[in-house]
Design a protein around this ligand. Sequence first.
Ligand code: COA
Length: 267
Amino acid sequence: MAPARRPAGQCPPLFPEEPQLKYEALDLKIENNCATLTMNRPDKLNAISKIMLEEFKHAFVALDEREDVKVVTLRGAGRAFSAGADLDWSEEMTPKQRVEHNRIGQRMVAMMERMETPVFAAVHGYCLGGGLELALGADFIVASATARLGLPEITLSADPPYRPKITEDGDPDQPEYGAVVPGWGAPNRLPKRIGKAAAMEMMLTGSWVDAERAFKLGLVTDVYAEDEFDEKVTELGRRIGAMNFYNIRMIKELIVNGYDVLEGHPS
Ligand code: COA
């Protein structure tokens, strides 16, 4: 049984009895002490909608309080991890709403990054824009050989032929809204993973990298064959989930804060 983290009653669970939380844009499964949060808008390539942002924020707080969750895996349903922020939604936004939208996205990714529970993203297919910004908030990323990762924000208002097909009939990101750059923290997080030069290249060109190049850059830590991807990701979650609850969190605390050592845990 997982050790109790706080005396009973001191911190009431956000979701009392329910082991399987229900969301609209996310699917959540908890197995073998690993929570898998799957973006579940496959017909829209898991474009990150406002409701999905809010559900992520909710889930990150809730999962961090659970004694039966030792690690979280982020995934996408269907043929992509995520093609980024929902552009249909952003098209309707006023400049003020656009700023607020970025703030919600920033907070959401920062909340995940600050979880005590480690998180890894398992990406396949498209992992673009907000999808990559989300993955960069995770502690590490593993990829299917099918993965294509990039930050195409700069191309949304580019001259042809570099603009994505989705904006061909009108560009929601025209200059009246100010600069359009990755807004959920990638300019901060990406250079720390792959260095300034490679991050600049990716962000200035908006071009995607395939899984092999992402691995060489250090953007992903491992690449799995497409037909083994689900199995390998499940095994990774199960393996981390088999470790001691306190040790897992202490490793994250040590690494994130750059400490040599912390006092031992009580178990
Ligand atoms: N926001 C909203 N909807 C999106 C989306 C996004 N970011 N990305 C894809 N979709 C939707 C498409 O509109 C389409 O919906 P529809 O079937 O109702 O028309 C569906 O997802 C499938 O996308 P489609 O473009 O038909 O697939 P594709 O395989 O031909 O192309 C991409 C895939 C990823 C190249 C293309 O969808 C794309 O360029 N998306 C935008 C990526 C981007 O710039 N993201 C950064 C946002 S910050």
